[in-house]
Design a protein around this ligand. Structure first.
Ligand SMILES: Cc1cc2nc3c(=O)[nH]c(=O)nc-3n(C[C@H](O)[C@H](O)[C@H](O)COP(=O)(O)OP(=O)(O)OC[C@H]3O[C@@H](n4cnc5c(N)ncnc54)[C@H](O)[C@@H]3O)c2cc1C
Length: 513
């Protein structure tokens, strides 16, 4: 550096930053849950979850594994036939017109029963549970994370499980639509303009005012307000929407509605122009005096926080699976690419440095996959328990859907006593300790799957350099798609907080010792 005098760089004079507000959840304010399961009493220190997993897998019937294999094969076939040959064209169309939605390909999914996945066998559906949805999500995401999201979000219909009448009504509707060769798309709308993370965490819900307010009127409710970032938001015909009767008390007066999107006053706001998951339409949903009849309110008032936790316990595993699928796409591309590429030392695939990198990526993906399978199986174990007693199975087999959708059945299950009974059933099946354990597993699975998928795709991009942008490899798409899985269904930070709260019971003992 001759000719130059080296100068000591002066410390930059930044203006004083305002002291940041540190989000705080006082440990003593966390509901401490001592697990009723011997195995899980000291989770994560006792390895009890290992025994729990083994016991759970012994309880499943053979058909559970058979269905896993079936959905994996079906979805892989759908991906190769319909997604991969069309995804580039779809992404281009969406980039020009965010309103474009690949209906024609979504309709091909009817043969694979994508719109009726969660409908139990006695009702005419394939009866898939969370692990099957997770496997489907991973296989679809290898083709397109956006497609995986579009198909998985139909699971929002699951929210009607908290009201057996509505569940039967919408199972019937979906099955009949399937027979006609139609798809009824669902969305689940929780996030609001001034509340994202705060809406997705049961304990944070009261920290903000509700953005969708329900007012009781004769025969039903009037909904006013907006939801944002709703997947399938602009294409859904049914939307499961959370609202509150008192905007200042989201927990005490929170309620869920099934809203038909052709109801007067319902409209679609902005359809987001996204970098990733372009084949999933994300939009605002706006309600201006939208009338929802009483019979379309799901469950009791004031249980939305619990519903949200339970829903996330089932849905976050499959989101992790989408991340794994994106990472898998990138890794597969890297291997094919490295088999043809050479540097001065020869073929890249022969070189140990790359072999180690590939091995590390595959290991991380396998760990993330185990996490989502574990989370989903934990949830399915309880879901199956709900459906297994003879007094549940018998009526399901003997009573056709037409009987469960009668006015008499509706009056019984939607009476205050009926709603109380359903609530007690859910509390019995998913007691707080079990629910939070499952919520923690699902949160971990979502974080592991999404961050691994994004990380693997990012590393592959760096190794492949400009080639990664070649559409034939799908690597940049995998990165863009995986990135969103770190955000939706509650950000990864929100998931980490859920998991911390789930383990707090064990920490009390550790703190005391
Ligand atoms: C593609 C896409 C699809 C989506 N689909 C749906 C859908 O179908 N239905 C739906 O209801 N919503 C959906 N969402 C919304 C999504 O769930 C929210 O974006 C997410 O919950 C985060 O909320 P936010 O965007 O308001 O961010 P914020 O809540 O404002 O968070 C901003 C940042 O601050 C962090 N943060 C916030 N609070 C805390 C805290 N207490 N402690 C530590 N960190 C914190 C967050 O982790 C994040 O990094 C979707 C979003 C996207 C991008």
């Amino acid at each position: 550096m001759s000719g130059r005098t080296s100068t000591v760089v002066k410390e930059l004079d930044f203006p004083e930053l305002p002291s940041p507000e540190v989000p705080t959840t006082a440990f003593d304010s966390i509901k401490v849950l001592n697990s009723s399961s011997e195995n899980l009493r000291d989770y994560p220190f006792s390895m009890g979850e290992v025994f729990e997993n083994l016991e759970i897998s012994r309880r499943f019937p053979k058909s559970y594994l058979a269905k896993m294999k079936k959905i994996r094969e079906d979805t892989a076939e759908f991906r190769e036939k319909y997604i991969l040959p069309n995804i580039e064209e779809i992404e281009k169309k969406v980039a020009l017109d965010p309103d474009y939605f690949p209906y024609e390909i979504i309709k091909e999914g009817i043969r694979y029963r994508f719109p009726t996945l969660i409908i139990p066998e006695p009702f005419g559906g394939p009866g898939y549970l969370a692990a099957h949805i997770g496997i489907m999500a991973e296989e679809l995401a290898v083709g397109s994370g956006g497609f995986a999201t579009t198909v998985s979000v139909n699971m929002a219909q699951l929210i009607t499980l908290f009201d057996p009448y509505l569940f039967a009504v919408y199972c019937k509707e979906s099955i009949e639509a399937e027979k006609r060769g139609e798809t009824i798309v669902w969305s689940g709308a929780i996030t609001e303009p001034n509340a994202g993370t705060d809406r997705w965490d049961a304990d944070f819900q009261n920290q903000t005012r509700a953005g969708l307010v329900a007012k009781k009127v004769d025969g039903g409710y009037l909904l006013n307000g907006a939801k944002i970032f709703t997947s399938n938001g602009s294409v859904a015909r049914r939307s499961a929407m959370s609202a509150a009767l008192d905007p200042n008390d989201c927990v005490g007066t929170g309620c869920l509605f099934v809203v038909k999107t052709d109801t007067p006053g319902f409209s679609i706001g902005r359809v987001e122009r996204k970098m990733g998951q372009k084949s999933s339409a994300t939009s605002e949903q706006i309600c201006q005096d939208v009338f929802v009849p009483d019979d379309h309110r799901v469950g009791k008032i004031g249980v939305t926080a619990r519903f949200t936790t339970l829903y996330l316990a089932s849905s976050r595993g499959p989101v992790g699976a989408i991340g794994v699928g994106c990472g898998r796409r990138a890794l597969q591309s890297l291997i094919q690419w490295a088999a043809d590429r050479r540097n001065g030392q020869g073929r890249l695939i022969d070189q140990q440095a790359l072999q180690i990198t590939i091995s590390n990526m595959a290991r991380d993906l396998a760990a993330a996959r185990s996490a989502y399978i574990q989370a989903c199986m934990g949830f399915d174990d309880i879901a199956s328990k709900l459906l297994s007693p003879w007094y549940v199975r018998m009526p399901l087999r003997l009573m056709p859907l037409s009987l469960l959708t009668t006015e008499t059945f509706r009056k019984t299950v939607q009476s205050e006593r009926g709603r109380d009974a359903v609530n007690r059933g859910v509390e019995w099946a998913f007691p707080d300790d079990k629910m939070m354990y499952l919520a923690g597993l699902a949160a971990n699975a979502k974080v592991l799957g999404s961050s691994t998928g994004r990380k693997v795709a990012g590393e592959v991009m760096q190794i492949m350099g400009p080639d990664a942008a070649d559409p034939k490899w799908g690597v940049d798409r995998a990165y863009r798609d995986a990135r969103l899985t770190e955000i939706y269904e509650g950000t990864n930070q929100a998931c980490a907080i859920t998991n911390f709260k789930a383990m707090a019971g064990s920490f009390v003992e550790t703190l005391g010792s």
